[in-house]
Write a protein that binds this ligand. Sequence first.
Ligand code: FES
Length: 368
Amino acid sequence: MDLSTPPPDLYGRPRADTFFRFLTAFGDRYTPALGGPLLRRNPRRPYSRPTQALQLVVTARRQVAADVVELTLADPSGGPLPAWQPGAHLRLTLPSGRERHYSLCGDPADPADPAERSGYRIAVRRLPDGGGGSVEIHDTLHPGTRLAARRPRNGFAFCAEPAVLLLAGGIGITPLLPMVREAMRNGLDWHLVHTGRSADTLPFAAELRALDPARVHLRADDEHGGPPTGAELLAHAPRGAAVYCCGPAPMLTAVQRALDASPAVSLHFERFGAAPVTDGEPFAVRLGADGPELPVPADRSALDVLREARPDLPYSCAQGFCGTCEVRLLAGTPDHRDRRLTPERRAAGALLPCVSRAAAGETLVLDL
Ligand code: FES
């Protein structure tokens, strides 16, 4: 395997996630009911579960890179917010109804603001070709805007091993910022590598440099002839280090491939957007019993194909754990690849087209 080849695009995908699908499913199942009647209004979302909502208001907004804004979200009455730990994320419901997940990038143990409970901080890169969530945030969220969220959840927990290497691809710095501060507080042997297309696209660059210039390594692709290889990303790993990586799929793939040859011993990661399709076969989806049939190539998701015909089809994680893209299956035999639906819900016809597929030549008829 050629480890010297840089991944093709480290910064091209919208935000998303990882391993917290089990926690998400558990939390959703056992959080108190809130929206039954509301959820039932949408006939295309028959399996939506009750949620516990927080009401938040934007209290501050600042530019932290060329196309990245940081927002502070607080309780409208100034009350404390639920506590969180480094690596946690917030699921926001935007004014349009879109749901998006964003890592918390503040400091939950800030001595000036214990548990940072007076405001959550998130940072969002504007992605004109994304699903619309980041553009909506950039264009419409300003101090005073109210929006709903769920309590923070954490599927990317920081274990504070004695030696850690933190690897951030672009906006992937957000969950790692609180980890850096936690590492400093605990006297760990830590290094951070923060990469981006150019210096002006690196969020929080000045803030990071000020933390510890000897341990923070900022790397702009345009100054190095392209994105880093996995070996380059891991070059700052202390011996025996645990690696925490947040970035797009090609970056994670490069790091996974180079890990065995590095001084690091373990890898924790959080991914942006969808993972590449593996073991995919070409199949088809039909929009309703009499609707058009759309071919799904072996290397694309059904959600991608469906959204070309139905751009308003909701989605969020694109990884099969949030449930936002759920549709009802009318006919056909699916290959469920999600981490969210129970066997009972699958048997009742629920399908998550962001990851689920079908055998070669199969047609899945969807209630769309
Ligand atoms: S978009 Fe999250 S499960 Fe499909």
